[in-house]
Design a protein around this ligand. Structure first.
Ligand code: FE
Ligand code: FE
Length: 178
């Protein structure tokens, strides 16, 4: 017996909300790491962490928009508790592992989309997996640098600028244009 349309939509909404709560967790975890890296004066690392946090916020928003299109309610729950005060290497190893787990989860969510006949949501997950892969490559690369060069690498980063330039928010974009 084929599943009815409503049930198929509900199955897709469920994985979209799982993904959204993973993104909301990542936003909070990466913002926290951004502040601590900035506090340690690793400006370049802090700036990239902030930009990745913004990517994750865009992912959370993209999932919410699709959930709304399907008639669902986007969750506000984050999937996990933010870790604080980690060593720099632990930050990058943990983040690389999180991105890897996210890619794995989203691949399984694509299967759910396909089983429920939703190519649009499957494509959204595909697009976002590409970005998670770029995050993972970056985190792994930094973890490798820290492991192979240690203090020498971190000394090179110390004091680099932490500004992110074009990552404009609402106010910087001119605020309410009415
Ligand atoms: Fe993401
Ligand atoms: Fe990511």
């Amino acid at each position: 017996m084929s599943k009815d349309r409503k049930e198929r939509k509900a199955n897709v909404i469920e994985v979209l909300n799982k993904a959204r709560s993973m993104e909301l967790y990542a936003v909070h975890q990466y913002m926290n790491q951004h502040y601590s890296l900035d506090g340690l004066d690793y400006g370049e690392l802090a700036a990239n962490m902030k930009l990745i946090a913004i990517d994750e916020m865009k992912h959370a928003e993209a999932f919410a928009e699709r959930i709304k299109e399907l008639g669902g309610e986007p969750t506000s729950e984050k999937d996990g508790k933010v870790k604080t005060g980690e060593e720099v290497l632990a930050i990058y190893e943990g983040d690389a592992a999180r991105e890897d787990a996210t890619i794995d989860a989203y691949n399984s969510f694509i299967k759910v989309c396909n089983e429920n006949g939703d190519i649009v949501t499957a494509r959204l997950f595909e697009r976002i997996i590409d970005e998670e892969q770029a995050h993972m490559n970056y985190y792994e690369n930094i973890a490798e640098h820290i492991k192979s060069l240690g203090a020498v690498y971190l000394a090179k980063i110390a004091g680099t600028p932490s500004s992110t330039g074009p990552s404009k928010g609402f106010v910087q974009n001119g605020g309410n244009q009415g």
